[in-house]
Structures are given as structure tokens and as C-alpha cells.
Write a protein that binds this ligand. Structure first.
Ligand code: 13P
Ligand code: SF4
Length: 302
């Protein structure tokens, strides 16, 4: 059944001159039919450079919005339109405007996990894989970082000379994992390296051997000669981890599922290709401002 539907999707995709992008937290069936699977930085680059007329973005709202900001001439569809990101929702436009007023000299950085309206208020966007490079290129002493206090806190540790003002947002999925979970996993699997996402708390990060984006974690586990790893990020990464490393073992110390990333089904993707889903529509004025923020991410991140 799934195979039949996958075949129908691939056929319709060709007819519609579409490209399917999938984040690494998507269900395996979606990752398998996607043209490109990756972290949010990589997918934003693919969306920007896509030649196809239609982009089907299997992920959450801020990802599809960013694709539309970068490729306004294309039709962009989020197959599960109610797939949001609770962390992005923690930074509302009015509150961000208030905060910005308080720090007129600060360079305003927003994690890509934010609405396009919030991006429009910021000088540059960042992702977990590009944030270090980007902040390195910013001369301002004061950095206003939103909405993730954990990624912001992690990055700030590399720049003691700068003053970071952190928004208090967090990812509910990554926040679940505690230092105790990691300590227990290390006791159960002695000498096994811990690979974690920077959205995890400082206590978890401090117990980790590697901290990086979703694709950073997959690349690290693939290149490292070790045969076992403790993974502290959403379980969707397991599909590529296993595919690339069939002989290695991966342990998740906590159930880590992002319910929004799991909202997209193969049927949703088929329906999106079949014209049964709404396309992403953005306000043009705001889009242009958000574009500057995302373009700065690509410029400063390279
Ligand atoms: P990555 O940029 O590492 O793919 O992270 C996106 C995300 O939403 C993590 O929760
Ligand atoms: Fe948002 Fe967390 Fe889900 Fe990533 S894992 S999309 S940050 S809620």
C-alpha cells in the first residue's frame, strides 16, 4: 500500500515538475520519497536554488515559509498545514518589537525556527549548523538572540567577549531530555559517545562529546570509527543513521518525538501534488524584509 502510494507520488511529482524536500525528523517513508533530505540550513539552500515550479516541503511551517521567502516565484506547499513549531511560536511579533526597542545597539539574530514576521525584524537568521560562523562575522558586541535560549546559550559560550541577550524560548521535545537521562544512558553503555543537538539544555550539552545539527550528528556518527552512540535529538534521525551505518548501534536515552514533524503522511504529500492543499502565501512587504535576514544567513554562514 505504502509502496503503491510512493510510486504514485513519484509519478505525479514528475508530471507536476515538483521537488520534494524532507527534514531529517520526518517519518522514514517520507524521507525515502524525498529528492533531498537534510537539516534546516541545507534544505533552505536547496529551496533557494530549486529549478522546479513546485516545492513540497515536508517539515514544519517555518521551513516552508522560509522556502517561500527565498523562492517567491515558486509554489510552496506544506503538506500538513497545521505542522507548526512550538518554539517558533514562543516569539511573537509584538514582544519581539518591544525587546528590540530596549537594545538599539544589538545585532538581532533569529534562529530559523521563527515566523517570517519575526525574521523580518531581525538582521540575520541562523541555523544550528551555521550560527557559529555567522556570529563570528558580526562586529557588534551586543547580540539579541531569539527564540531558542539553548542554542543561543551554546553559541554564547564561544564568544565570551560579546554580550548575548537571550529570548527564553525552547524546544519542548529537546527540553524533555535531562542530565539524569544522559548519566543513566552512559552507565548502561559505558564509553559510548553522546551526540546531542544544541537545542538540548546546558546540563545535557555539558555531558556530550559532540554537539551539532541533525546532519552534523549523522555525519559525526558516520565518520567516527566507534560502533555505538547515545543520541540526544528527535528520533527521526535514526532512519539516516541506520541507513548510513547498518553495523552501528544507536541509543536514545528518552523518547524524543516532535509531534509536529510527524504530522505529514504520504497521503498528504500526494494530495499536495494533486492540488488539494493550500500553497504558502506571504505578505510581500514582510517577505522582502525576511529575505534580507535569510540572505544574510547564507552570506555570513558560508
Ligand atoms: P536542524 O537545523 O539541526 O535540522 O534543526 C531543526 C530543528 O527544528 C531541530 O529541532
Ligand atoms: Fe520545533 Fe522542536 Fe519540533 Fe524542531 S523539534 S520543529 S524546534 S518543536
Amino acid at each position: 500500500m505504502t509502496n503503491q502510494l510512493s510510486e504514485k507520488i513519484l509519478k505525479l511529482k514528475k508530471e507536476k515538475n515538483a521537488i520534494i524536500l524532507a527534514h531529517l525528523y520526518q517519518i522514514p517513508e517520507i524521507q525515502e520519497i524525498a529528492d533531498y533530505v537534510g537539516d534546516s540550513y541545507y534544505l533552505s539552500q536547496v529551496a533557494r536554488d530549486a529549478k522546479e515550479d513546485l516545492i513540497i516541503f515536508c517539515g514544519v511551517k517555518f521551513m516552508a515559509e522560509s522556502a517561500k521567502v527565498l523562492s517567491p516565484e515558486k509554489t510552496v506547499i506544506l503538506p500538513a498545514p497545521n505542522a507548526g513549531c512550538p518554539m517558533a511560536d514562543m516569539a511573537e511579533v509584538e514582544d519581539v518589537e518591544e525587546m528590540i526597542k530596549k537594545y538599539p545597539d544589538a545585532f538581532k539574530v533569529c534562529y530559523i525556527n521563527s515566523s517570517y514576521e519575526v525574521k523580518a525584524l531581525c538582521d540575520a537568521s541562523v541555523t544550528s549548523s551555521s550560527a557559529l560562523n555567522i556570529i563570528k562575522n558580526i562586529p557588534n558586541k551586543q547580540i539579541l538572540f531569539l527564540p531558542d535560549q539553548n542554542l543561543g546559550g551554546y553559541i554564547s559560550e564561544f564568544f565570551p567577549e560579546k554580550e548575548f541577550i537571550l529570548w527564553r524560548g525552547f524546544c519542548p521535545t529537546h527540553h524533555r531530555i535531562t542530565a539524569e537521562d544522559i548519566i543513566k544512558a552512559k552507565e548502561e553503555h559505558p564509553n559510548v559517545k553522546v551526540l546531542s543537538h544544541p537545542e538540548c539544555s546546558k546540563e545535557v550539552r555539558d555531558l556530550s562529546d559532540y554537539i551539532g545539527s541533525t546532519s552534523g550528528i549523522i555525519n559525526y556518527a558516520t565518520e567516527c570509527e566507534d560502533k555505538e552512540f547515545i543520541i540526544a535529538t528527535e528520533e527521526g534521525v535514526l532512519h539516516q543513521l541506520k541507513k548510513k551505518n547498518p553495523d552501528k548501534k544507536f541509543y536514545f536515552p528518552e523518547v524524543m518525538v516532535c509531534p509536529n514533524m510527524k504530522k505529514t503522511s504520504l497521503q498528504d504529500v500526494y494530495d499536495a501534488l494533486d492540488g488539494k492543499k493550500e500553497e504558502v502565501i506571504l505578505d510581500e512587504e514582510i517577505r522582502k524584509k525576511a529575505l534580507t535576514s535569510l540572505e544574510n544567513m547564507h552570506k555570513l554562514g558560508n
